[in-house]
Ligand binder design. Structure first.
Ligand code: AMP
Ligand code: TRP
Length: 345
């Protein structure tokens, strides 16, 4: 297998309404990983346009995700933070991987089925090949680990299948070009902790999402203390008090969700939260959750707001990140061209 050091890559779409699920499932984990590893964090604008985006909003949301990364604690100097479209290798490798991935593999992708719904004939072609572009994002940097929420698991399995097929299809050329018996690593997903799938505050069966029409379904990273308090208080629950053990959460998705959120925000486990709150009524638990959420998210929202006031500084961060990303990406594109058999100068 290719001898590459551990490298982290992940991406977030600039599609607005960044929420608590994005934070707990992804961005908070990005921050933890930067301590001891090389990390590349990307605002995936090419992915965003697989569904219609207003151009001015796309630009604003790209800066907003960047601001969120930084406000949450990602250091853009010791890591690489950039937007996807500034590094052309994503689109280039995406094309080549479109020719490696099989229709049958993409046909099985549940996210496409959900997003396309009944309107399959009328969605963009890009929405269908979205997962091969995601594989290209990761493999362009030969990343070994990808922190994401639970909803991305299938896409990461596909990324491994694509890497594996590329390594097999081109095995002789990979060896001939001095890359041993595999060029792309088989990337590992990093999906762990108490909040890999944060659910809607209005419906414990639905994922918290950017596109849900009701704003009460999610806590946005830009919500102020009043909005957070209001949403937590109105979050759906059931009439029973909290149990003192995990066992008692079965069949109580809304309770389970709030406990998971509490655990993730306070860097502990659901078990530990239940040890503290077992027997408590939701009114008491929600009051504690409001206090915790406001203390953790309040400063992030305020810092995002401050950063958004200076878009030129955000653009400078993205430019610097893109320049450093390009160095790695260009090398991969050269290698891949040699492996596939493209004449290059
Ligand atoms: P997206 O907004 O689709 O680009 O997602 C960005 C990151 O947030 C991905 O790693 C997702 O898996 C993660 N994510 C999105 N929604 C949730 C959720 N409700 N719970 C946990 N993680 C989520
Ligand atoms: N598909 C991911 C999502 O919607 C975003 C994404 C694009 C991504 N490219 C990636 C995540 C590469 C991890 C790695 O959440």
């Amino acid at each position: 297998m290719a001898t590459v050091a551990e490298r982290i890559f992940s991406g977030v779409q600039p599609t607005g309404n960044l929420h608590l699920g994005n934070y707990l499932g992804a961005i908070k984990r990005f921050v933890e990983l930067q301590k001891d590893r090389e990390c590349i964090y990307c605002v995936v604008d090419l992915h965003a346009i697989t569904v219609w985006q207003d151009p001015d909003e796309l630009r604003r949301h790209t800066r907003e995700v960047t601001a969120a990364f930084i406000a949450c604690g990602i250091d853009p100097k010791s890591n690489i933070v950039f937007n996807q479209s500034q590094v052309s290798g994503h689109a280039e490798l995406g094309w080549i991987l479109n020719c490696v991935a099989r229709m049958g593999w993409l046909n099985r992708m549940t996210q496409f089925k959900e997003k396309a719904g009944k309107d399959r004939e009328n969605v963009s072609v890009g929405l269908f090949t979205y997962p091969t572009l995601m594989a290209a994002d990761i493999l362009l940097y030969r990343a070994t680990h990808v922190p994401v929420g639970e909803d991305q698991k299938q896409h990461l399995e596909l990324t491994r299948d694509i890497a594996q097929k590329f390594n097999t299809d081109f095995a002789p050329n990979i060896a001939a070009n001095g890359h041993g018996d595999g060029y792309f690593p088989l990337t590992e997903p990093l999906i762990a902790g108490p909040a890999t799938r944060v659910m809607s505050l209005r419906d414990g069966a639905k994922k918290m999402s950017k596109s849900e029409p009701s704003d009460f379904s999610r806590i946005n990273l830009t919500d102020d203390a009043d909005a957070i308090a209001n949403k937590v208080r109105r979050a759906k629950t059931d009439p029973e008090p909290l149990p003192s053990e995990l066992e008692g959460m079965k069949g109580r998705p809304e309770a389970d969700n709030l406990v998971g959120i509490f655990a993730a925000l306070s860097d502990t486990t659901k078990e530990a939260v239940l040890r503290d709150f077992g027997g408590a009524q939701f009114s008491a638990f929600k009051a504690a959750l409001v206090e915790l959420s406001v203390s953790k998210l309040g400063p992030i929202g305020a810092e995002m707001q401050r950063l958004m006031g200076d878009p030129a500084s955000i653009d400078a961060i993205l430019k610097d990140g893109a320049e450093r990303a390009r160095v790695i990406a260009d090398q991969t594109i050269r290698d891949v061209k040699d492996i596939v058999g493209m004449v290059r100068s």
